[in-house]
Write a protein that binds this ligand. Structure first.
Ligand code: PBG
Length: 326
């Protein structure tokens, strides 16, 4: 007969709850939202069942729902009506992002943290995160200047934090300087410190209607590497990042765990579109129980050490937490 029986720690639901190492609170969750210029009604995104492109009016409703659910915040992505080589829609003061951020800020008041995406892939006709030089490679300096303009516009529209998701060298220092010069010293920077060149972003292309020409391996992280992410963490922390992000989340929990150990900055992890869609699709086929798989995936991200989780399941998860199933 065994004397030590680890199963005694699992005997009842009350015992399991008592002994849980981690829990998710709705405030840990950030809901990414897509807002499309010129829409009057929300439009479903076929490859992301349950997720829509919002109009400004439906964004307002979603933001109210997010505040009512008590989640931590929203991350706003813009879908412009025109795209071009330089992504000029991104720096238009009356472009989709400033307008959407302003609307979200009005609805949210102080109840939610409003994040905005500072990146060019939604705005360029080639789908890259930056401006391409004559040689077809990213022109880092031109891109940073555009990011700085975007960030200042977003801060002026009421964003609490700008999400730098392009992985340009020097982006945090450059944008920090621009924000401070413009008087936005209180606006935070969420640095996508470890954004991998991943195929898990596939459905996001549908969501923002952009086509990526080629790939991003020359400027985003190689998924065969982990130590490089730690180097980026050191650099971004020194440059003034207020929060650091690992993206995607599920296949990169080792990186999340390393970040949580190595840094005293808040660590965010992004459960990206492909992760969402895989769970939703398998659930729709009856192959898995999508809700419990989603809950399990979110809990693992928290267990790995993330204190902020970006997920398209945020509102549902708040409901599961309220119902006691997560
Ligand atoms: C860049 C950005 C993307 C995501 C977050 N910020 C798209 C990309 O890099 O391709 C992806 C999130 C997702 O796939 O859900 N604008």
């Amino acid at each position: 007969m065994p004397i030590v029986r680890p199963q005694r720690a699992r005997t009842s639901s009350a015992m399991r709850e008592l002994l849980a190492d981690v829990r998710i609170h709705p405030r840990d969750l950030v809901l990414p939202v897509f807002v499309k210029q010129g829409l009057t009604e929300p439009v479903p995104i076929p490859s992301m069942p349950g997720v829509v492109q919002h109009s400004i009016a439906s964004l307002r409703e979603e933001v109210r729902a997010a505040a009512a659910a008590g989640i931590g915040g929203v991350m706003i992505f813009g879908v412009p009506s025109v795209r071009n080589r330089l992504g000029s829609g991104a720096t238009d003061p009356s472009g989709i992002l400033p307008v959407a951020i302003r609307a979200a800020r009005q609805e949210a008041g102080e109840d939610l943290v409003i994040f905005s995406d500072v990146c060019l892939d939604e705005f360029t006709d080639h789908g890259h995160c930056g401006i391409l030089g004559k040689n077809g490679h990213i022109d880092g300096e031109a891109t940073l200047a555009t990011y700085a303009t975007m960030a200042v516009l977003h801060a002026g529209a009421g964003a609490d934090a700008v999400g730098l998701s392009g992985m340009m060298d020097g982006q945090t220092a450059h944008v920090r300087h621009a924000l401070d010069e413009a008087g936005f010293t209180a606006t935070s920077i969420l640095s996508y410190t470890a954004k991998y060149a991943s195929s898990f972003y596939g459905p996001f292309r549908d969501a923002v209607e952009s086509t990526l020409v080629g790939n991003r391996r020359a400027y985003q992280m190689d998924f065969a590497r982990q130590r490089e992410a730690l180097r980026a963490l050191t650099l971004e922390a020194a440059a003034g990042a207020d929060m650091v992000m690992v993206k995607p989340a599920g296949s990169y929990l080792d990186v999340v765990a390393k970040f949580a150990q190595a840094s005293d900055l808040p660590v965010a992890a992004y459960q990206v579109s492909g992760e969402y869609s895989m769970i939703a699709a398998a659930g729709a086929n009856g192959w898995i129980d999508a809700d419990s798989v989603a809950g399990e995936s979110l809990l693992s991200i928290k267990r790995a050490g993330a204190s902020i989780i970006l997920t398209y399941f945020a509102l549902q998860a708040a409901g599961w937490i309220a119902a006691g199933t997560l």
